[in-house]
Write a protein that binds this ligand. Structure first.
Ligand code: HEC
Ligand code: HEC
Length: 383
């Protein structure tokens, strides 16, 4: 009302000159000024409340995050696989050693390369004698912390994984362990095995190859800005990443991708709302005699059809393309596919952008001890 009054006065020059009305106008002006001051005070107190609540929101978000994720440990428990400097060094050499494979070209590092953040950047890895594997190589970083190894979870530990790779017809192609062990000896590794496995009569065994490589892999942890954040440093990740983290939890991604490796802790069906290949464009693969059915290939149980290990999302921004067959090239599209197939949701472009910003906070540095290729024994190899 008062505002209307003041307008009336302002728009009626005849009244403004009358002395009797002048004080009224003054009072109105004062009243208005007061109003403005009051309004500013009110506004500023709102913004003070706003600031406090932003801090509270930040705190609440961190608490929620802490209940779903864990920072990386400094070391991975190795009770069953004690390691020593000699073992780690041997493991690193073997990780890079190509001459144990049947074409002299395959090594762990051929497909898990430091230049590609522990993966190979290909949709499908290329194995021994140029054979295409049916699956995409995940990063080798942080893998000892996963519930099991491989998309089908058919290897429990990194040691079991390394041992079986020796005989895989697609990876190393050896016909038996004796063949692989003979090669390791012929390359001049015996002394290094003796140092790494003291008190063993015949240390050059496939088990020790696996134990040494496992020791090395257990050093490949990649702490990231998100770990700093989980330990309480609010400034370790950006505002966009926090919005993304909030979305990641509220929309349901963290229902599957949680824990210390932000995934890698359970098995789930890929394609809960519709067949996964409709969204990914995945093709059939000869080695799998059709579509990839996940865990089913190892168990043949109907309930394991299309069940895959939920992959860890640490370093995900560095390891395109995505999914078990690298069928989706870009991270934002992979996020959209996930929302559609696993949650039956369509995310807005902003949501996707923020979630990607969060996923980027999971990128750690390539461990220094991995980045530099080792010198390997000088030995001839006939292929
Ligand atoms: C020809 C390429 C190739 C070679 C050689 C190779 N890998 Fe892999 N690696 C892959 C692929 C592809 C997968 C995924 C397999 C699957 O899920 O079925 C994988 C999976 C893994 C995993 C499990 C990761 C996860 O998230 O489940 C680990 C650990 C691993 N490899 C370590 C090694 C080690 C150690 C060696 C050497 C002994 C090795 N790899 C040799 C391509 C390769
Ligand atoms: C019901 C469980 C489930 C939910 C919910 C879920 N995921 Fe996944 N996620 C999986 C599984 C299983 C895979 C592996 C699929 C495959 O490649 O076979 C996967 C794969 C991924 C990948 C590809 C990783 C790689 O290295 O190739 C990304 C990225 C991803 N998820 C992000 C998300 C995001 C973001 C959300 C939320 C919008 C989400 N996921 C929700 C189970 C889930």
């Amino acid at each position: 009302m008062c505002r209307a009054g003041s307008n009336e006065i302002a728009h009626n020059p005849a009244t403004t000159i009358t002395t009797s009305l002048a004080p009224k106008e003054l009072t109105l002006k004062i009243k208005n000024t007061l109003r403005i001051v009051l309004a500013i005070t009110a506004l500023s107190s709102i913004s003070v409340i706003g600031l406090v609540s932003a801090e509270d929101t930040d705190k609440a978000l961190l608490e929620r995050a802490k209940s779903m994720f864990k920072p990386l440990p400094d070391t991975v428990r190795v009770d069953d696989y004690p390691h020593s400097a000699a073992r780690i060094e041997l493991g690193k050499a073997l990780f890079y050693e190509t001459r144990v494979s049947t074409d002299g070209r395959m090594s762990c590092a051929a497909c898990h390369n430091p230049s590609y953040h522990g993966a190979d950047s290909l949709a499908l890895s290329v194995g021994v004698h140029g054979k295409k594997l049916p699956r995409n190589a995940p990063t080798v970083f942080n893998t000892p912390l996963l519930i099991a190894q491989h998309y089908g979870g058919n290897r429990m530990t990194v040691e079991e994984q390394a041992m079986k790779a020796l005989l895989s017809p697609l990876a190393y192609g050896n016909k038996d362990y004796a063949e692989a062990e003979a090669k390791i000896k012929s390359l001049g590794y015996t002394k290094k095995f003796e140092e790494a496995f003291p008190n063993e009569k015949e240390p050059v065994t496939a088990e020790n190859w696996a134990a040494a490589i496992g020791s090395f892999e257990r050093t490949l942890l990649t702490p990231a800005p998100f770990d700093k954040y989980l330990k309480g440093d609010q400034r370790a990740i950006s505002k966009e990443a926090k919005i993304g983290l909030d979305k990641f939890m509220s929309v349901g991604c963290a229902g599957c991708h949680s824990g210390v490796t932000v995934g890698g802790q359970s098995f789930q069906k890929f394609g809960l709302t519709e067949d996964y290949w409709l969204a990914t464009g995945s093709k059939e693969h000869e080695a799998l005699k059709g579509r990839d059915k996940g865990k089913w290939h190892d168990t043949q149980k109907p309930e394991d059809m299309f069940i895959f290990k939920v992959p860890q999302l640490r370093n995900v921004a560095m390891t395109p393309p995505y999914f078990h067959d690298g069928s989706v090239a870009k991270l934002d599209d992979a996020v959209r596919v996930m929302a559609r197939l696993q949650l039956g949701k369509q995310l807005s472009d902003d949501d996707v952008k923020h979630i990607v910003a969060f996923l980027q906070t999971l990128t750690g540095d390539v461990p220094a001890q991995f980045a530099k290729a080792p010198a390997l024994p000088v030995a001839p190899y006939s292929n």
